[in-house]
Design a protein around this ligand. Structure first.
Ligand code: FE2
Length: 186
């Protein structure tokens, strides 16, 4: 069972991971591997590494164009990805994925220089995703049990856009992936 899920993830990246990451200068695969590497280098736990690795798996599951936000379409990839992942992985790895768009809206509301750090495609998608959070939304978000991991993931998401960066392969994250499968002992 575990191997089936990991094989499916490899298959998704092989089929769709070479597509451009939403108007950025890296592919979906490069973006995912860079995010996971950043989480690993920060010394974070397996669920955070897995969330960083798979946070955009929703983009590999839908059939919308790479630049959907540029065409005014919110692909809701965070919900699509989380719905797929929660069939196989523990909530600590899945919920940050579900929340990583909300975390962008949160950081835009609470950190004055965060919005300025966003790339143009990220600004475009932010508008479609509802813009910066209101004070009430910020308060609710900070009370969410997976709030901290979601914010950590978001920071790696913004950084994981370096063209040509050398990273481990997808298979080299198998240890973390297996540790986060439902029913597996971490
Ligand atoms: Fe991302």
């Amino acid at each position: 069972m575990a191997q089936t899920v990991l094989d499916k993830i490899v298959e998704l990246f092989n089929q769709h991971g070479g597509s451009q990451y939403g108007g950025e200068a890296v592919t979906q695969r490069e973006h995912a591997l860079q995010g996971a590497l950043l989480a690993r280098q920060a010394g974070l736990d397996a669920p955070t590494v897995v969330a960083a690795l798979l946070h955009d798996i929703g983009h590999l599951l839908h059939h919308l164009p790479d630049d959907a936000p540029g065409q005014g379409i919110d692909d809701h990839h965070e919900d699509l990805g989380a719905a797929w992942l929660e069939r196989h992985f523990i909530p600590e790895a899945v919920e940050p994925v579900r929340l990583h768009v909300a975390a962008k809206r949160y950081l835009c509301a609470v950190e004055s220089d965060y919005f300025a750090s966003l790339s143009p495609p990220s600004v475009t998608s932010l508008e479609l995703q509802g813009g910066p959070m209101s004070d009430k939304e910020v308060e609710d978000f900070e009370g969410h049990p997976h709030f901290r991991r979601a914010v950590l993931l978001r920071r790696f998401d913004e950084e994981a856009k370096v063209p040509g960066l050398t990273t481990p392969t997808l298979e080299e994250f198998n240890h973390e992936l297996k540790a986060c499968l439902k029913g597996e002992t971490p």
